[in-house]
Design a protein around this ligand. Structure first.
Ligand SMILES: Nc1nc2c(c(=O)[nH]1)N[C@H]1C(S)=C(S)[C@@H](COP(=O)(O)O)O[C@H]1N2
Ligand SMILES: [Mo]
Length: 258
């Protein structure tokens, strides 16, 4: 994302978010306002990409029809994000970063080492082969970018909770911080780190994670907006200190949950 506010033809984004907040029933409304009403969260909630004034109106209609089930799903950190069939996968899946694809990190898998630090028992760096040997599972979920687009993808990897267990992480710590090859970073809360769908990802579809999507490893969490899903991860720290992140430090809502 290059700008804080994406311009949508015929839609004043601030007004749309305000309107959605107004018609949203409590308790969703209070939680939404507290968390910082975002375009990405609205997209997620309603399942509509907001691309013009017609889809914006559709979103408002849906918001006004919210039922208890949707609200419970939205605000329960243990609730699973929706999964989708293979046929729903978005092709081509978008690339996004704060730079163009040709400037994305080009990591040599042979030399790659994943550094683990902070409140863990083992700080031994991990090779790619060691990571690939971990138990893996696949999720087909929706990725939502705060810029106003969303897409369904298929990601395969090891649960972050399983990895944290293996390195002897102190899961009473508050945060997990991720460092990426090009300097990007993000910090997530421990409940999100332990969420069953939070995954250290090695594959996109049936292929080794392509360079565009974060080779050799990203962290996929369908309960968070896209910018909280770090690509090209080179290090992770378990910590009680909020170490912030690339967009968080520029004023983006820290929690950015969905
Ligand atoms: N290392 C790194 N990770 C990143 C970013 C980035 O610029 N660098 N951009 C974030 C944003 S804003 C989005 S929407 C997603 C895009 O992931 P994709 O390219 O797989 O669609 O990556 C996130 N993780
Ligand atoms: Mo994003």
């Amino acid at each position: 994302m290059k700008r804080l506010r994406r311009l949508i033809p015929g839609v004043d984004q601030k007004l749309l978010l305000k309107d959605a907040g107004k018609i949203m029933p409590d308790p969703a409304r209070r939680a939404f306002l507290r968390g910082g009403l975002s375009l990405g969260a609205l997209t997620m909630l309603t399942g509509c990409d907001i691309v013009d004034s017609i889809s914006a109106e559709k979103v408002l209609r849906k918001v006004s029809e919210f039922n208890d089930g949707v609200q419970a799903w939205l605000f329960d950190p243990n609730q699973l994000a929706l999964t989708h069939p293979k046929s729903a996968i978005t092709k081509p899946f978008p690339f996004n970063a704060y730079y163009a694809l040709e400037d994305a990190p080009d990591i040599d898998g042979k030399d790659y080492r994943f550094e683990v630090g902070g409140l863990v028992q083992s700080t031994k760096p991990w090779t790619l082969d060691e990571l690939y040997a971990l138990p893996q599972e696949t999720q087909i979920t929706r990725h939502i970018c705060v810029e106003g687009w969303s897409a369904i993808g298929s990601w395969t990897g090891v649960r972050l909770s399983e990895f944290l267990r293996r390195v002897g992480a102190d899961t009473r710590a508050k945060y997990v911080w991720f460092q990426c090859a090009e300097g990007y970073s993000t910090t997530i809360d421990m409940p999100t780190a332990l969420h069953p769908q939070t995954q250290l990802t090695f594959k996109f579809g049936d292929e080794i994670l392509p360079r565009a999507y974060g080779y050799p490893m990203k962290c996929r969490m369908p309960t968070k907006l896209g910018f909280k899903n770090p690509k090209y991860i080179i290090a992770m720290h378990v910590t009680n200190k909020d170490l912030g992140g690339y967009w968080e430090n520029q004023g983006y809502n820290w929690f950015s949950g969905l």
